[in-house]
Write a protein that binds this ligand. Structure first.
Ligand code: ATP
Ligand code: MG
Length: 776
């Protein structure tokens, strides 16, 4: 490379350039938010390829979300063109699914395995808990589910847990039993839960060195973004992939492969590892993320070089100063010196509404103002701590006709009708899956009751056959003629759809309504050789929807809600059609994989042209010209649940830091002095994090004011969570205080808003306030 014009190095500062060009076994890039970590990673990959130090297929880049993966791919394509093809850029989960699909047979799974989302695993746990009558001991699908998930993130299985469990504690013993049977049931169902994807891949590598060797040889460069949020299982996976290939495995290579790969010492060097991260942005401890992974990197990966980036390219100085001030209150951290060459920029805007509706109104108005000033909707984001905050925001945004999209809210794939249709597709791919099968039996209702279902399930278990085979045997099970016809009819439909999905001609028994694709290919010579061509997924889905009349039945109800459900199903067909076009010949399994990963992590929604609403956790890695952080209150941010936990508030503070540092030019911090939650109106106190921001940086449009008094907040804040839940005496005092405050400061704000707040807007608002006050 060198000087002159190099598109991969020009414009980078020296530390960034070093991070792109350094070559060694391991590289750790530590830096604060917005310092170009992700950008450096992208350039580094492009540089490796352009300098012919790696083929695209030898690169494995790990991002935190699917969205981040596709952005990185686009950026690399922008730098390199087509050369980016064949590169693995994905989340840990997607990478593991790809590996498991190839290698599943190795350990008793079939490639068509199902990936259970948390609703599916909860459904499975519910059955197990019921069977073991464990609910009387306080076990619920939710609490066992999260405990199992935590253990799996530590790579601890039921047997490992049993080894450390307290034998004399009946609850512990029972938990072991639940965990064991959960693992067994997953295996019987040919299914993995989300945590298994990583844990089982690690397990596969450890138990099959020959398989491990394949991937150790293949990926010469491993690059991981957001390393601070890796958990132990992910860390173990990285360790496996960056281990030198074992000598016995080297010996088994063909001579040309050996000649090409081994060094003078007769070894194959370990893959190089680059990780980037910011320990101040670690916000997934509750999912087992372990900050130690980044802190102990140098010890774990000997010969590691460390590059620090200190210049922030994203935000104005005011925003950066606020972020630095907040995070400076965490003690156990490494001091960073983040600076920017940008000017101070606009001040941060603060606003206290008297209710969450008032807060939402302010947000909607400011968005309109920004839009008028030329900020595109797509450059604006609204963050909140919990999903329950969205409703008020959405109402006001709808009213003011601001286009918006909720990221990661009630997801498309979580809707009942979509899950129904997906259950068919899942069952077709994996006829051993009890959850999918059980769901499709009742969708739509067809008179197969719980007794019949249990009988079929027992038969399936006894014979160790698939659910579809069990259904075909219905005539032998003594069902009445009508039920028998229903069950075999359904089994035949599934059978037909499965053949279609697999690219096999429909059987002669099919009633002549063979799907088009098959009719054509019957004469195709390829069939003679037994070559399979999976049918388009949309065709398989259409067959199911047509035969079950799901859409027609919804429409027949003439209910607008059901009409929306029917439209969702049509949308699913469109999604499948789009997938078929983008991935010709990929087929059902690939589709199911994509859906399960997208559904569980984030959606690939196009947010250009719309304001984005999301939780602060979802906001990681993203940036917007204008950012609103709402509900900056004690009990919400920091969240009530964190306050009693060791390290809980520090983690919330990091979350606040992540939120603030998403903003490039404008930052708004809003709160409400009263908030309705769980049907109860309670007093809210300003977040302690607000106190941590120097006053001079914030321009309060309507401040929490005298009532919560800056000085007095700290002590009161500590009580807030309890008072906030409305314990009678504690909150009454607060309520009285708040009332005076909202009337006082509201007057101040209408004056303050002056130009931007029109009379038309403040009219109904004060009306609302009045009615809110009337409630006292
Ligand atoms: P986060 O911690 O939030 O993930 P990050 O460290 O990954 O942030 P990037 O997203 O890579 O930071 O970069 C932040 C912004 O700064 C991006 O818009 C990026 O394009 C820009 N940027 C980074 N480095 C430079 C540079 N040398 N010159 C100009 N812009 C830069
Ligand atoms: Mg980043």
């Amino acid at each position: 490379a060198g000087g002159g014009t190099d598109p991969l190095l020009d414009g980078l500062n020296p530390a960034q350039a070093r991070a792109v060009t350094a070559r060694g076994p391991a590289l750790l890039i530590v830096a604060g938010a917005g310092s170009g970590k992700t950008r450096v990673l992208t350039h580094r990959i492009a540089h490796l390829i352009r300098e012919r130090e790696a083929w695209p297929s030898q690169i494995l880049a790990i991002t935190f979300t699917n969205k981040a993966a596709s952005e990185m791919r686009e950026r690399i394509e922008g730098l390199l063109g087509d050369a980016a093809q064949g590169m693995w850029i994905s989340t840990f989960h997607s990478a593991c699914v790809r590996i498991l699909r190839r290698e599943a047979e190795r350990f008793g799974y079939v490639s068509g395995f199902t990936i259970y989302d948390s609703a599916d695993s909860r459904a499975l746990l519910k059955r197990i808990i019921k069977d073991l009558e464990a609910d009387t001991y306080g076990f619920t699908p939710a609490n066992t589910g999260s405990k199992i998930s935590r253990l799996k993130n530590e790579l601890s299985g039921a047997d490992d847990y049993a080894a450390t469990a307290n034998e004399s504690d009946p609850r512990d013993r029972l938990f072991v039993e639940i965990f064991r049977s959960y693992e067994q049931e997953l295996r019987r169902a040919n299914a993995f839960d989300f945590d298994d994807l990583i844990g089982q891949t690690v397990h596969l590598f450890r138990s099959h060195p020959d398989v491990a060797a394949v991937y150790q040889r293949r990926f010469r460069h491993l690059l991981v973004d957001e390393y601070q949020d890796t958990n132990h299982a992910q860390y173990a996976l990285i360790r496996e992939l960056t281990r030198p290939v074992e000598p016995e495995q080297v010996e088994r290579l063909t001579p040309p492969a050996r000649a090409a790969e081994i060094d003078a010492m007769g070894r194959i060097a370990a893959a190089s590892l680059t990780v980037v991260g910011d320990s101040d942005q670690s916000i997934y401890a509750f999912r087992g993320a372990d900050i130690r992974n980044i802190v102990e990197f140098e010890r774990d990966f000997s010969g590691a070089e460390v590059v620090k980036l200190e210049q922030n390219y994203r935000s104005t100085q005011n925003i950066l100063s606020a972020a630095n001030a907040v995070i400076g209150n965490n003690f156990d951290r490494q001091e960073k010196h983040l600076w920017t060459a940008e000017g101070d920029g606009a001040k941060i805007v603060g606003f206290t509404g008297y209710s969450q509706h008032d807060e939402a109104r302010f947000v909607a108005e400011e968005i309109e103002d920004l839009h008028r000033e030329g900020v595109a909707y797509g450059d604006i984001a609204v963050f909140y701590r919990t999903n329950s905050q969205t409703r008020a925001l959405e109402e006001l945004l709808i009213r003011s006709a601001v286009p918006y999209r909720v990221l990661g809210g009630t997801k498309f794939y979580e809707r009942a009708e979509i899950k129904d249709a997906m259950a068919y597709l899942t069952s077709i791919a994996n006829p051993y899956d009890p959850i999918a099968w059980s769901r499709l039996l009742g969708a739509p209702k067809r008179g197969i009751g719980p007794m019949a279902e249990a009988q079929l399930a027992n038969f399936q278990e006894e014979r160790d056959i698939s659910f579809h085979e069990a259904m075909l045997a219905a005539p032998d099970l003594g069902f009445g003629p009508k039920l028998r016809a229903t069950i075999t009819g359904l089994a035949e439909l599934l059978h037909r759809a499965a053949r279609m999905a697999a690219g096999l001609p429909s059987t002669a028994s099919a009633d002549g309504a063979a799907p088009e694709g098959d009719a054509d290919s019957a004469d195709d010579p390829a069939w003679a050789e037994g070559e399979k061509r999976p049918a388009p997924v949309a065709d398989v889905l259409k067959l199911i929807l047509d035969e079950t009349e799901m859409i027609e039945k919804l429409r027949a109800k003439r209910d607008p809600q059901d009409e929306a459900r029917a439209e969702n199903l049509e949308e699913l067909v469109a999604v499948a059609r789009e997938f078929d076009v983008k991935n010709p010949g990929a087929g059902l399994l690939a589709f199911l994989t994509e859906v399960s990963l997208v559904a569980a992590a984030d959606d690939l929604d196009d947010t250009s042209g719309t304001v984005s609403l999301m939780t602060m956790h979802t906001a990681k890695g993203l940036e917007y010209r204008a950012v609103f952080i709402t509900g900056v209150e004690e009990g919400l941010l920091p969240h009530q649940m964190s306050v009693d936990e060791i390290g809980g508030v520090s983690e919330e503070r990091r979350l606040m830091y992540v939120g603030i540092t998403r903003a490039r030019e404008r930052l708004f911090l809003t709160l409400a002095s009263t908030r309705a939650q769980f049907g109860d109106i309670s007093v809210a106190m300003p977040s302690r994090f607000l106190q941590e921001i120097p006053e001079a940086l914030i321009d309060w449009r309507q401040s929490p004011g005298e009532v919560t008094g800056r000085g007095g907040t700290e002590s009161r804040a500590l009580n807030a969570p309890r008072g906030g839940q409305g314990s009678a005496s504690g909150s009454r005092a607060g309520r009285g205080a708040t009332r005076t405050d909202s009337s006082v400061s509201f007057g101040a704000s209408t004056a303050g808003r002056g130009g931007s707040g029109s009379a038309a807007v403040s009219e109904p608002a004060s009306g609302n306030m009045q009615s809110a006050l009337d409630k006292w």
